[in-house]
Write a protein that binds this ligand. Structure first.
Ligand code: COA
Length: 333
């Protein structure tokens, strides 16, 4: 008998109410709607309210995914939360989410994973292993971020790119013979390029020298945009091809490609690299920007809810982030 397979039975997402447009940014710093939209494709991003933390966004997205799945929070036997902007150093945001969605009575494990923008696809890969091994039967996987708290709002090279949000899926174990479900996941990391995309401070390192201690953050996002761009396109292209080859499938078999919503030009270049027509790329970054670990499940939820993704479709998720980390998941819907 085949090992169980993980099937996506519900998706959900959440964006905070406050919207920050390119014109709003142009009023704050030396930039313009024309520059931001032509270089990135981003038109606006959402920003968490002062009293809203990552677990609030995560819980909202999680509840929507549970509702779509018709699943009671008490049925969950694992919660995985991907985030680089946790509420607290500890405990894990996943445990706070567990309490906020009323899933704590099941006493199921809950933990965070940190792979920056690749976090959700890493989380999906980990959850898939828990289901394949028989350890878990119903899993909530969330990607949630409040990057607005770690960007320097005076640095136009970075702050225009990022936004806050959350997305989630509920996975359910189905018999391995089932045609639909996660076909495979593929995860990679290369720590040679930490400096190209990182936060300049942290708990162990402390604040960077000269850092204004009036800031709440321990450091800010620092990014060599041009370099990151090149690495992202190469790695996302390679892992997409790896996922297809592992399943004996071709690019032409893919119905929907859902890449990390980093930048329109990165998405277009990756699609071109693997010879995938642009109309198969789900692109939602125009209205939420780069939401790091939340971006893939946000785009997935939108495409499920607007009916683009239909049963039987082949869906390829692909992400790249700091570390560098990159990963893909191939799903038969
Ligand atoms: N508004 C106006 N001008 C800006 C600007 C802004 N918001 N940000 C940067 N510039 C300026 C730069 O100062 C530079 O000016 P200079 O030539 O006088 O020095 C010029 O624009 C070009 O900067 P550059 O960094 O080469 O632009 P770019 O075409 O590479 O675009 C990014 C910058 C960040 C949009 C782009 O590199 C990118 O998207 N990279 C990938 C980032 C990403 O997705 N990271 C997350 C991956 S997980």
């Amino acid at each position: 008998m085949n090992a169980p397979r993980a099937r996506v039975v519900g998706t959900g997402s959440f964006l905070p109410e406050k919207r920050l447009t390119n014109d709003d940014l142009a009023g704050m710093m030396d930039t313009s709607d024309e520059w931001i939209s032509s270089r990135t494709g981003i038109l606006e991003r959402h920003i968490a309210a002062e009293d809203q933390v990552t677990s609030d966004l995560a819980a909202q997205a999680g509840l929507k995914a549970l509702e779509a799945a018709g699943c009671d929070p008490e049925e969950l036997d694992l919660i995985v939360c991907a985030t680089s902007t946790p509420d607290l150093v500890f405990p894990a945001t996943a445990t706070i989410v567990q309490r906020k969605i009323g899933a704590q009575n099941a006493k199921a494990p809950a933990f965070d994973i940190q792979a920056v923008c690749t976090g959700f696809v890493y989380g999906l890969g980990i959850a898939d292993q828990f289901i394949r091994s028989g350890m878990s039967k119903k899993v909530l996987v969330i990607g949630a971020e409040t990057f607005s708290r770690i960007v320097d709002w005076e640095d136009r090279n970075t702050c225009v790119v990022f936004g806050d949000g959350a997305g989630a899926v509920v996975l359910e174990a189905v018999p391995g013979e089932n045609a639909s479900g996660i076909l495979s996941t593929h995860m990679h990391a290369d720590g040679s390029h930490v400096e190209l995309l990182h936060v300049t401070g942290g708990v162990s390192r402390g604040r960077p020298e000269g850092f204004d201690v009036r800031h709440d953050a321990l450091g800010f996002v620092d990014m060599q945009g041009n370099e990151v761009f090149k690495h992202a396109v190469k790695a996302m292209g390679a892992v997409a091809e790896e996922a297809l080859a592992a399943n004996g499938l071709k690019v032409a078999d893919v119905d929907w490609f859902i890449p990390h919503q980093a930048n329109r030009r990165i998405l277009q270049a990756t699609a071109k690299r693997i010879s995938l027509p642009e109309e198969k790329v789900i692109m939602t970054l125009d209205h939420h920007g780069n939401t790091s670990a939340a971006s893939v499940p946000l785009a997935l939820d939108e495409a499920v809810r607007d009916g683009r993704i239909q049963p039987g479709h082949l869906v390829l998720l692909d992400a790249f982030g700091g570390g560098f980390t990159w990963a893909a998941a191939l799903i038969r819907w």
